[in-house]
Design a binder for this molecule. Sequence first.
Ligand code: RFL
Ligand code: PHB
Length: 389
Amino acid sequence: MRSQVVIVGGGPSGLLLGQLLHLKGIDTVVLERKTRDYVLRRIRAGILETGLVNMMREAGVAGRMEKECYVHHGTCISYENELFDINFRELIGQNVVVYGQTELTHDLYDARDATGGRTIFEVEGVEIHDADSDAPYVTFTADGRNQRIDCDFVAGCDGFHGVSRQTIPDSVRKEYEKVFPFGWLGILSETPPVHDELIYANSSRGFALCSMRNENLSRYYVQCALTDKIEAWSDEAFWDELKRRIPESVADRLVTGPSIEKSIAPLRSFVSEPMRWGRLFLCGDAAHIVPPTGAKGLNTAASDVHYLNDALVRYYQDKDSHGIETYSEKALSRVWKAERFSWATTNLLHRFPDQTDFDLKMQRAEIQSLHYHETAQTWFAQNYVGLPY
Ligand code: RFL
Ligand code: PHB
């Protein structure tokens, strides 16, 4: 088999790239380790930056999103009972939208089906060969057969646990990592959201987040210990803990109900450099991870897709390889800014096991600065809605 671009990973990065390339007449095959249902069952991101919304439009897959998304003009932060709003519209004239990653991935799979894009599910043993030559190829097993696809380029969109990053030799690759000493316990429940904007809460019992998917689907998180087991968290224990971490006025109107999904995610910051090795490009979680506090994971994956799509289109349409040569540098420049924002918001809003009284005073002062200083709010707003590509 032959394809111009082999995309390893059928998550949002791989699918969005495939769709954008298809519109420019560039042929792709997507290789996905899981089934489509499995990919669509993963509950992940909920907040999209304008840049990603615009890319969905450019890819011709924004129809349902335009109808069903919720525009948020700001977000709320709380510290114990103090609650304040950071109004993006007033500060910088921009917004974000609430539209689940599950829905976005669904739309991208539907579009891929409609355009006849080739996707091979349940592939095993993917290996990327000769990525540092002019003739790379990918081997894998699917339907019980060993298969090979020859290609011009490989896009490694296979997430943090994928094979693409590991294909880059240790002598070339450098990884930067910070593991936070806590996780997020998240639940999804068919209840109305407690507020019309998200609430990021810092409390003496730890961080909490009130988020949502639609008017009868809420997503809530509480900071938890890395040793916590999901079975030990009953729904009742979750709701009790959440109520204690958000302002009383908010807790009083919280509607609780049975969880329809419950999971624990560890928090880490991670970047692997470079993001290109010969004809292999890393995109999204394959190259970097952010703690979810800044809502940057999917959005940063999207900015990688933007740079890579641009590079490949210039290569095929204009025989110009400048975009390819500068992909890693351009993508990483934006990645590190998203890393910084996610790391800073994580430090600002969580309680750390070794935090001293001094550290707590610093955190408090920083939250007050965000509450009362327009410059601090503007910085937050610019980063939250997403820095320009
Ligand atoms: P994905 O989504 O992990 O997709 C990678 C795909 O590759 C497949 N794969 C392989 N396929 C073939 N061969 C192999 N060897 C393979 N190995 C893996 C996998 O099965 C999978 O289908 O990476 P991608 O596409 O780069 O997308 C990244 C986003 O999923 C991620 O950054 C976000 O979900 C992060 N994130 C958030 N991002 C935001 O921008 N806003 C948010 O509000 C937000 N909230 C979140 C989040 C992530 C969370 N968790 C659980 C980590 C909230 C949470 C709780
Ligand atoms: C979510 O709704 O899942 C969500 C929203 C904002 C975040 C992280 C996760 O910062």
